[in-house]
Ligand binder design. Sequence first.
Ligand code: FE2
Length: 282
Amino acid sequence: MANGVRTVSRVVRPTPVLEGAGVRLKRTIATRELDYLDPFLLLDHFGSDNPDDYLAGFPMHPHRGIETVTYMLAGAVQHRDSLGNAGIIGAGDVQWMTAGRGIMHEEMPEPRDGRMEGFQLWVNLPAKLKMTQPRYQEVLESRIPGLRREDGSLIKVIAGTLEGIEGPVTEIAAEPTYLDLTLAAGARFATPVPASHTAFAYVYRGAARFGNASEEVAGPALAILEGGDEVAITAGERGASLLLVSGAPLGEPIARYGPFVMNTRAEIEQALRDLRNGTFVR
Ligand code: FE2
């Protein structure tokens, strides 16, 4: 049944992971519980009041075959890469990086007023774009439309369209929608989503109900939403903050090895050879 409101098929609790040079984060996609959620390959939620949990950062490392999407709520990430780009992703900013055939970069989180919190999502590229030229879409908070509701709820449109308002990140193969919702206590939110798209909500604060369910999903947790062409959310009595993300599944074979995600084992071996031979970045 394609019509109707989506229901929660699964709730995935974060797995604590130590990544990079020693960054503590909460991972929901790319875990033992949930390997991937086509076209989404990884979801990390990082942030702590203790800088020791993240200051070591993510020193120079490669990516190939994917897109990495960094969205910050607080603090900042300093980044620089093999193409000569460098900058700061601050609170409310988004960096949508298409790694394509290869990029080497460094990502170093920093606190602002003692705080640092954000997300990184990996979106798969179809076979025909895995070796495409690397590309960045860096979007400052001021360019991200925010829809303010009468009840005080705020919905930021990072990618996709909501009520005729288009997010600033465009021309992404997976046709993604990426919304950040801060819902007031008891607030209701509903939006259409193509029946063929994968959709999930990542509740990072508070709790929410999905569809007609009576049970709440309390954050931090990822809820996979299936079976319909609409997502409906009701915030709990203390409100809810969540990411709502959807995209077209690729249905292609996945061969992954750390920061490389290709279609075949041979392509992974090629990536490792390129890295060894110094031909990874062209
Ligand atoms: Fe990276």
